[in-house]
Design a protein around this ligand. Structure first.
Ligand code: TYM
Length: 332
């Protein structure tokens, strides 16, 4: 059986948002019956920007794991674990860092973006660490450690996957074939899920709807979301590309979206109606997941056991890979 791996960072409270869910997690759930799946929580990655809040990261890990399961990941079929509980990630990261040209890392768009974001927030150059630059190398280690054939991620991770493939090729060329070249499985239909302000949904923009949000929070957020700025009256025409509410509607209810645009063009539809309908759609969709995550978080001991069990399975596989890697590098 082919192997699939993917992960998410436990940033902020750790709650996952609709971008994480539609961009990646849905695909994981779909693939878990057909493939050997590894899904992990990238807690070391979270330290690349949040090194000052390790306690919060640890708490957030349980939230991420709960959301994985609430969305449909089955711990019996899929190995769920925390990156930090499988030390082989660190060993492989170190070895891969020796064969990764600095220029590749400096060109990664997400590095440039994070640097700009941190500078905007007034954090000086000293908050931009060596670890942040090496982010894609650690991610490569995550993937190659399980000799994964495919990696389901959102579009924003494409550049990271490209580096991963280049590092794998380089390793194989230098030391012999150890790693398959992992394919990126990018959900093209979903693309980038827009946030409440129309930009990409992202914790760093504070424009997210979370799986954990209760019905009132969803309602409040949607009522305040961006719509077409030039549509003041009901009869003014909307511009679907500019309207976050419409983009979300399109994702969750394509038929309703089509009808609502016909009405819009005929001057019979206002933004408030669009918002009310979207609130109902989202709440109906999220309610079962909300309930499930609450149940899971009510028993943190059981969640910790799932993670411990997953880490053990992951370590077994990771250690097999490391034996091959150490042999290839004459360390065995
Ligand atoms: P992270 O935690 O930023 O995001 C987790 C997943 O959610 C997807 N995603 C989105 N998809 C569509 N629209 C959006 N608005 C949106 N926002 C987030 C991301 O593409 C991602 O698939 N570097 C990774 C974590 C990681 C990883 C790995 C992933 C570490 N090691 C190894 C795969 C394999 C990250 O920061 O994802």
């Amino acid at each position: 059986r082919k192997r699939i791996l993917s992960g998410m960072q436990p940033t902020g409270t750790g709650a996952l948002h609709l971008g994480n869910l539609e961009g990646a997690l849905r695909t994981w759930v779909r693939l878990q019956d057909e493939y050997d799946m590894f899904c992990f929580v990238a807690d070391w990655h979270a330290l690349t920007t949040r090194y000052h809040e390790p306690e919060q990261i640890r708490k957030a890990c349980l939230q991420v794991a709960a959301d994985y399961i609430a969305a449909g990941i089955d711990p019996k079929k899929t190995t769920i674990f925390l990156q930090s509980q499988v030390k082989q990630h660190a060993e492989l990261h170190l070895l891969l860092s020796m064969i990764t040209p600095l220029g590749w890392l400096e060109r990664v768009p997400s590095f440039k973006e994070k640097r700009e974001l941190m500078q905007e927030k007034g954090e000086g150059d000293e908050s931009i660490s060596y670890g942040l630059l090496g982010y894609p190398v650690l991610m490569t280690a995550d993937i190659l450690l399980y000799r994964a054939h495919a990696v389901p991620v959102g579009k924003d991770q494409a550049a990271h996957l490209e580096i991963c493939r280049e590092i794998a090729r380089r390793f194989n060329r230098l030391y012999g074939e150890v790693f398959p070249e992992p394919q990126a499985l990018i959900g093209e239909e979903t693309g980038v899920v827009p946030g409440l302000d129309g930009r990409k949904m992202s914790k760093s923009y504070d424009n997210c709807i979370y799986i954990a949000d209760d019905a009132d929070t969803v309602a409040r957020k949607i009522m305040n979301a961006f719509t077409t700025p030039t549509k003041i009256r009901k009869t003014d025409p909307g511009v679907p590309e500019q309207c976050a509410v419409c983009q979300l509607r399109k994702l969750y209810d394509p038929e309703g979206y089509r009808v609502s645009w016909e009405e819009d063009r005929a001057g019979r539809r206002g933004c408030v109606q669009n918002k009310r309908e979207l609130i109902d759609i989202l709440n109906a969709y999220l309610e079962p997941m909300r309930a499930r995550r609450q149940e899971l978080l009510a028993d943190p001991g059981a969640l910790e056991r799932i993670l411990a069990d997953g880490a053990e399975r992951a370590r077994d596989f990771a250690e097999q890979t490391m034996r091959l890697v150490r042999a290839a590098l004459h360390f065995s």
